[in-house]
Design a protein around this ligand. Sequence first.
Ligand SMILES: Cc1ncc(COP(=O)(O)O)c(C=O)c1O
Length: 352
Amino acid sequence: MKKSYFRPEIDTMAGYVPGEQPVMENLIKLNTNENPYPPSPKVEEALRSFPAGMLRRYPDPMANHLRDAVAGRFGVARDNVIIGNGSDDLLTMIFRAFTAPDKPMAMLYPSYSLYAELAAMQGASVVRLALQKKSFALPENLLEQAKACNLLMLTRPNAPTGTLFPRAAVEEICAKFDGVVVIDEAYADFAPDNCMEFAKKFSNVIVMRTFSKSFSLAGIRLGYAVADADLIAGLMKLKDSYNVDRLAQLVGEAAFADVETLQTHCRMVCAGRAFLTENLQKMNFYVAESAANFLFAAPPDGDGKRCFEELRRRAVIVRYFPGEMTGNFVRITVGNDAENQKLIQFLHEIYD
Ligand SMILES: Cc1ncc(COP(=O)(O)O)c(C=O)c1O
């Protein structure tokens, strides 16, 4: 057998498979929870006025302008904020920092499967906290199950289910868990509330957000985390020196300042979510209640794979996750009005 040069952890891990990014004509792409609306017009202005010659200089390694903007918005200090090259970059730092062969981590199931891959890279074991069937509510004995872990990942709203776990339950977990709690709020801007307060209240809590969804900037790779200054200082030691490039910092500052565009687009996405929910339910889909920019929906025949394949044949790409708790469902990103209507029309073709 050919010799492997890799650590055994790397040889045995599967590796995260990102949602596909196909290039097809007339494609309706509803598979990776991108925003159907463009970023703030301020982003375009910033890009147009950017002197390309500045690219010969390294960016600010700390992204301090953006840190200050985030800190100002949430009423914390610069030392409480770290910026990432996408929130995946923040997750990489977090897993390097808090997981190891003798430091297991706990995550919800189903949830964002990258967490388990990052744990595998560290040789850390994963405790899967199965959500309750159908309601996708938190398990009753979550704290008991996660007791031995050093890191607990809570995704709120959860992906792929869209579930907004009760804030009080999350607060209790933050208070009682003897380790670091990360609240991944990638989709919080589409939800009626969020848990940013807990990053200020508890010294073991990290709240992280991304520019990829509500700010329509998946292509620029930008995210941030807010936490106790000691946690942030530790994560800073683990980041790539210049992890956020000059253009990303500039674009992020421009987008972050434009609250009006953010709110307008979030309202539009939420209206699209309501339209899709109502129409799917009329067709006897089971639709999990979602506070995110996507729906987790089971077709009437309970065959998620077939739904995915039939839509794909019609150039509509949604996401299908095989597995016991997910195989009956597809995850559908909310599109713009035309895309949402087309999707419903195709589903009528398939299921009527
Ligand atoms: C729950 C969750 N966290 C983090 C991310 C990663 O976001 P980013 O594009 O900022 O790396 C995603 C992306 O889909 C996500 O669903």
